[in-house]
Design a protein around this ligand. Sequence first.
Ligand SMILES: Nc1ncnc2c1ncn2[C@@H]1O[C@H](COP(=O)(O)OP(=O)(O)O)[C@@H](O)[C@H]1O
Ligand SMILES: [Mg+2]
Length: 429
Amino acid sequence: MWIDQSLLQTSNTARYVREADKMGYMAVQPAQKALSDTSDELLDDTLGLLHRKALTILKRIRDGALDPETGKKVGPSYAISKAAALVGRTASAIREAERDGRLAARDRTASGHRVQYTLEELDHMRGVFGTRPWRAPEDPPAIISVSNFKGGVGKSTLALHLAQHFAIRGYRVLFIDCDSQASSTMMFGYRPDVDLGEDDTLYGHFHNPELLGVRSIIRKTHFFGLDLIPANLKLYNLEYEIAGYLAQNQSFDVIDLIAQAIDTVVDDYDVVVMDPPPALGMVSMAVLQAANAMVIPAPPSVIDFASTVSFIDMARTTMKQLEQLGGRIKPAYNFVRLVGSRVDDSKSMHREILAMMRQVFGGAMLNSVLKVSAEIDNASSRMKTVYELDKPVTSHEVHNRCMRFMGDVCHEIEQDVLRTWPSRAGQFA
Ligand SMILES: Nc1ncnc2c1ncn2[C@@H]1O[C@H](COP(=O)(O)OP(=O)(O)O)[C@@H](O)[C@H]1O
Ligand SMILES: [Mg+2]
């Protein structure tokens, strides 16, 4: 194992911070204990109270996203026509299979319609019809990082919808939440710092790799075909510990920790989606190292454009430095795509900057963009993605528009993935 276990004790964290700081690794320092004990208590009381109140609200919002009967989140289900399209057969082919016994006869609703089909049932149908889209063994799994420097540009939103898009279409997907703010983990129905311990995240895995193994921190989710490695605040400690390890060992192997974790389980998946933290710290570097493809959401504002440009530069130089220092060669990404995000068509400035981005980035930009949509905002405040809504939260028109652009963006990325699969070469000839 590449990590000296004695290095991975939380009690050592402070020392690592000091060492890492000396080496200039850390941008963030832990809060100084400058306040007197009395004001500490006051601070603790005030913040403690705010925290407790906030947790109550979070619980209420989260509970609202759960099914009242099962107390769990439920995945989507589809009427027969949509199910047929997703399975790659016609509705009459499904009806026929249900008549001739290849598929079980379908229960009806009170109004006489077939009960909707769940993702698990779609998977079963694909098994019966031979239409599972899984990669062939020689096809490289897509390991996609949805990255940018900044918070709030739509990374988690795109990462989640992308992962769900692939799962809905029958691919086997692993989502790794690498951000200690854990907003994606929340969308899977968890209160990250209440429901999950440090052993449940990548952090736990690196403390105890032999004991736990990556497989034991992978969870099934309410979305059939989409598995999760969750995150919570404790994951932030990984920043210190990687930095400390680097400082002490002068060895860059530790940057491969996420790559190695994925390596041990990736045979079970077609697509891995990583949601990295919004900064180029140690964990982000490990994510960039583990990925074989990158998608960069970039809102069309001057500030966000500037920050995207710095991100691209930083990512490039960091990878180069890692290559030089560690004597390692990181293979080129299979694809790197920028996607306009939070685009507001009604703003002329957005249109202009988007046009400029298209000129600058050319074919690396996706044709479709993620528009700003009340449907996304409203769904996420119910802790749902738009793919989890059984009816529009805004209007049908807004909902359908949102589903269309989200579908277009995800479809383009899916095509990028399929282009890297030799078994699909015929499709793109
Ligand atoms: N296209 C969009 N339209 C409306 N709201 C959006 C859109 N993209 C993201 N949001 C909202 O903005 C907030 C931040 O988005 P998020 O995906 O968490 O960003 P990041 O992961 O980059 O920090 C979330 O509340 C999300 O629901
Ligand atoms: Mg995020």
